[in-house]
Design a protein around this ligand. Structure first.
Ligand SMILES: [Zn+2]
Ligand SMILES: [Zn+2]
Length: 549
């Protein structure tokens, strides 16, 4: 049952909602996202949902006990007194005085086989890998917002992808299943396709031989193949052909990747199964293969960039697993990488594919320096705050695809820090070869959490998705300071101003942390806070789903 404590003093209210939980992810191993139990387009044949009562008692979001509260109080995260430290999961202290929070090497903890990696390792690596440059490059950090599109989506952003050839096109999926296409060079040029999926768009990948079309996988159980010009989806696979038959039978698709050399779309569901679809015939090949514990969600799939037969999967059974696609059978993995909680993501390194980077709900980023050795335990564990207890898209540490040393990764941070009295959730850049926090990037107007982040494959650009909005960041030094004050304006486009929200969406947005850029009155210059420097470029009328702008 859903219980929420609200600060506002309302009388007891009854609101009809689907059973969504304000979970501490502590005990549940199933989901970190509230799933729509009734897919929007499916007829509901069972009885009306009983209204639930919202209590105004002080209830702890973490342990559900009464008499105390845990969670954010302004900029500080208050731990539940009944649980260990929320950050490092160890007892005896709180997040406020956690040693991993104040350590200079932000959060790094030695793993069993922690290896020291300095210049010597670097020299050694160069002998093995010819494409590692002569001098270890400095990291390029896109640390300044260049432009933004506010409320492009009507629900929170769940995935991002850059266009493979058109450098300034960003694609974004949301919780409602909509697909956004945004040209951030033109800032207000955008399209939202609303009828591709009926609920969460979890993954998208471009067709490697046709960059005008996109494969998307969704919690509605379908893979669609969409021509981006037209926006009409072609159904490639539907795991729920008979519609809604209760949550026990509803199949949802999460992880997806494309093996271009094998012309396969690989996709996995919430019951532990992998499906292979031939891209030429658009037909499923062979029977689904159980690749994770039966009944658990497979959240991520990644094909090795250099060895096409190598597949990495990760899921809610606390494992990341390595597979050989040539002989993939249940229980026959090449290796199993154990974690202590749900694994949100697992990626091969982008250039050589020899390293692995995982993000687990136990607040640890794990790095395997080589897939060719003993992979039972990671080379490093980096403590980082990304375990959450509110409705968010899962945090995933992602490689910088341009970093020749294959060590820079980006990930949003859950716990906020106090920046001059403002609680902000930075986006962290971590050197995964040492665990060092290279940079934490913030923008005073973005007070929401940024769980979805993507680094551009060619440009020094970071795209972040926070609540329903998208932001483009570039390195400060690459941006021209503006005329007068030396402060730079960034360009903002605002969408969907007048969109009427349903009660449910509203409630949901609150749990997504209210509005996207809270406290930011983008239309009234006189209300702009000092130090705030943005320029509203364009306020298009509320965009219609599925229609081209
Ligand atoms: Zn508690
Ligand atoms: Zn701690």
């Amino acid at each position: 049952m859903n219980r929420r404590s609200r600060r506002v003093l309302f009388p007891r209210v009854a609101i009809e909602v689907e059973s969504e939980t304000e979970e501490s992810s502590e005990d549940e191993e199933e989901d970190h996202e509230e799933e729509p139990l009734t897919p929007p387009t499916q007829p509901v044949n069972n009885k009306k949902k009983a209204p639930i009562t919202i209590s105004l008692k002080r209830v702890c979001k973490v342990c559900k006990g009464t008499g105390h509260e845990a969670g954010f109080k302004g900029a500080t995260y208050i731990d539940c007194p009944k649980k260990p430290c929320f950050l490092c999961k160890q007892p005896g202290h709180t997040t406020m005085n956690c040693p991993h929070r104040v350590a200079t090497e932000h959060g790094v903890v030695p793993a069993h086989r922690r290896e020291f990696r300095g210049s010597l390792d670097y020299l050694f690596e160069r002998q093995l890998r010819a494409n590692v440059p002569m001098i270890k490059p400095g990291f390029v950090i896109p640390d300044q917002v260049d432009c933004a599109i506010i409320r492009l989506h009507s629900r929170r952003v769940t995935s991002l992808e850059f266009h493979p050839t058109n450098n300034s096109i960003l694609l974004s999926g949301d919780k409602k299943g909509q697909l956004g296409i945004w040209d951030y060079n033109k800032v207000y040029e955008k399209t939202v396709y609303g009828s591709i999926h009926s609920c969460i768009l979890n993954s998208m990948k471009f067709n490697p031989v046709n960059d005008g079309s996109l494969y998307t996988a969704s919690s509605d159980g379908t893979i669609c193949y969409t021509d981006l010009e037209i926006g009409t989806p072609n159904l490639l696979m539907n795991l729920n052909p008979d519609g809604w038959n209760g949550p026990a039978n509803w199949r949802m698709l999460y992880g997806m990747d494309i093996s271009s050399s094998k012309s396969l779309v690989l996709v996995a569901d919430n019951f532990g199964f992998l499906y292979l679809v031939d891209m030429r015939s658009n037909k499923r090949i062979r029977e689904p293969v159980l690749i994770h514990k039966k009944g658990t969600k497979v959240v991520g799939l990644h094909c090795n960039p250099l060895q096409p037969e190598l597949l990495l999967s990760c899921g809610n059974d606390h494992f990341a697993r390595l597979w050989d696609l040539r002989r993939i059978d249940a229980g026959d993995s090449l290796g199993n990488l154990p974690h202590s909680r749900v694994v949100n993501s697992a990626y091969f390194s982008p250039l050589t594919g020899t390293k692995i980077l995982t993000t687990s709900q136990d607040n640890r980023i794990r790095v395997w320096d080589s897939i060719f050795g003993n992979i039972e335990s990671p080379s490093r564990e980096i403590i980082h705050s990304h375990d959450f207890n509110r409705h968010l898209t899962c945090f995933r540490a992602e490689w910088d695809p341009k970093d020749p040393s294959e060590s820079l990764a980006v990930i949003g941070r859950y716990i906020s820090e106090n920046y001059d009295g403002v609680a902000l959730h930075p986006i962290d850049f971590i050197d995964t070869s040492t665990g060092r926090l290279v940079a934490e990037v913030i923008e005073p107007n973005i007070k929401t959490i940024s769980p979805v982040n993507k680094l551009h494959p060619r440009d020094d650009v970071l795209a972040t998705g926070s609540s329903r909005s998208l932001f483009i960041w570039r390195p400060k030094e690459q941006l021209e300071p503006s005329e007068e004050q030396g402060e730079r304006n960034y360009r903002v486009s605002i969408c969907n101003k007048q969109e009427k929200k349903s009660k449910r969406a509203k409630l949901d947005d609150e749990s997504d942390e209210g509005d996207d850029v809270s406290g930011l009155d983008l239309n009234d210059k006189s209300k702009q806070k000092p130090g705030a420097c943005y320029k509203v470029l364009h306020c298009p009328p509320s965009s219609k789903s599925k229609s081209k702008k």
